[in-house]
Design a protein around this ligand. Sequence first.
Ligand SMILES: Cc1cc2nc3c(=O)[nH]c(=O)nc-3n(C[C@H](O)[C@H](O)[C@H](O)COP(=O)(O)OP(=O)(O)OC[C@H]3O[C@@H](n4cnc5c(N)ncnc54)[C@H](O)[C@@H]3O)c2cc1C
Length: 296
Amino acid sequence: MSSLPPVRGKLTPNAPLAPLVWFKSGGAAEWLFEPADADDLAAFLAALDPAVPVMGLGLGSNMIVRDGGVQGVVIRLGKAFASVEQLDETTLRCGGGASGILVSSKARDWGIGGVEFLRSIPGTVGGFVRMNGGAYGRETCDILVDCDIVLRSGERRVLANADLGYTYRHSNLPEGAIVVRATFRGFLKPSDAIQAEMDRIAAAREESQPLRSKTGGSTFKNPEGHKAWALVDAAGCRGLRRGDAQVSEKHCNFLLNLGEATSADIEALGEDVRARVKAQSGVELEWEIQRVGVAK
Ligand SMILES: Cc1cc2nc3c(=O)[nH]c(=O)nc-3n(C[C@H](O)[C@H](O)[C@H](O)COP(=O)(O)OP(=O)(O)OC[C@H]3O[C@@H](n4cnc5c(N)ncnc54)[C@H](O)[C@@H]3O)c2cc1C
């Protein structure tokens, strides 16, 4: 790519993505753009050659970045997109880069219940909206009213919940669209009861998941009528290794980078697991983790 449109934010060529994702593996972004605000993002995308691919990046908590890196422009929403405001008694307006912890903590402070589950999902509002992130019986589509997006063309749109075609861990967000803001609605609930629920969720997480590891969260979607972790376990994959990539002993729907794993190791381990599960139970596991970029 020879020249890119001028911006007010930060545009970095050949930017390593490994430090920005949970697995701590993978190659660089051809360009990394951290827009100053939504107008900066919209103007940039409108002027950018339409042939250049664009991808959003949150905390990289659900992502394998392949070792050859990501072509085109990766867009990361920084501080300018991390605000959380109260719109009315039960409604929050959140920047696309705000974390789940921040959103759920603000909701608690304002006595807005129903948002506690975001406490336990490491990610940003943009990632939650795109992935329909969920836990403990609730998911993003239960609280989303609407979201502001910037399309790949630079055009700005407001999408209502129904426009996103939500299903389990999936939305119809258009390719290359970036979520810059979302409105969430909960219900009135005393702050101390919200805090108690957040504590319960945090403790349950701590007990069942390798939270301080280099991982990408749940690797495979739960197939209809099954738990992915149980199928992986039954296929004998708990603790399975490939180089420094390992199926977690603690929660076997999590893959780990024990230190020096490449993204190729991690992805190949995931494919090994899929093949073993297919052979053992006949079930075809579907990746939940987004695998992006090109192999080396
Ligand atoms: C320890 C651990 C536990 C987890 N537990 C859960 C869980 O219980 N439930 C659950 O649902 N997930 C879980 N996850 C996965 C992950 O946290 C969620 O999928 C989360 O929604 C990802 O958010 P993110 O902002 O980090 O997105 P990323 O991982 O950076 O990206 C995920 C996808 O969203 C897109 N994206 C990111 N930001 C934007 C944006 N602003 N606009 C448009 N697209 C965007 C990316 O292009 C990519 O396709 C877990 C992960 C870890 C590491």
